[in-house]
Design a protein around this ligand. Sequence first.
Ligand code: 2AM
Ligand code: CA
Length: 257
Amino acid sequence: MISIKELDQQAQQIVRQAGQNAFEKMGEDYQVDIKTNYTDLVTTIDRENEQLINNQLRKIDPDSQILSEEGFGDRQITNMQGHVWIVDPIDGTMNFVKQHNNFAVMLALYVDGSPVLGYILDVINGRLYHGRRGDGVYVNDKKINQPANLGLRESLLAMNRTLTLSGNPSLKEIAQEAIGLRMYGSAGIEMIDVITGQLGAYISNLKPWDLAAGRMLAEELGLVVKSIDGRSINVLSSNLVLVATRQVSRDIRQIIN
Ligand code: 2AM
Ligand code: CA
């Protein structure tokens, strides 16, 4: 069987190919469809990318399961045994369509439920954030240092639109306590900014493919990835997730409790 190190090399190529495909097609005509409502989009490029990624994963790791957003993966994934690849072919599809910026390709490998490989490609900046468990996190070829353990009052916080508008008093207090509030519209780009220390925290409702890669990279750098009330998260379900420095996580816990 192919080693994790070899899978890592191949997966980097696959993510870069999908990024290149999105970059090339970005300015062309493509179809945009509505998923659950008019704010939730999918394009033919999302679907193309997912097929490109999944077909290659099936070649390099044929016994694995694939959990992916647009329906080309395995229909039913009820357990995390063995190799499970988790795919977001374009994260931040709204930004892809509207901004031609601030979107990502994301991929992760979980082995028996634990994160082992993670990739977030910031397509427009050509930066691939990647990591293998125990080997640290890199941006392209450069190793990333652990971000400073700042508290909430010294940190920028990113929160998604639904939560920001929810009126939840605890979330409002958290947002007011932070030094500033940001909203990018791409979980991948927001998690990159926590990993690199540009944000102290990111709070959002995330599906498995929004979370899987960023969780791997963040945990490898000693950051906290938990449900907002401090419980551990189940990667197979939708979660209200906090990705943060240890100090911000403590500060938020104090506000919530
Ligand atoms: P997507 O573009 O891959 O769908 C924007 O708020 C961020 O949340 C994006 O990363 C987007 O990923 C994700 N997202 C959009 N709709 C979502 C939903 N209904 N549940 C969870 N995540 C969602
Ligand atoms: Ca997506």
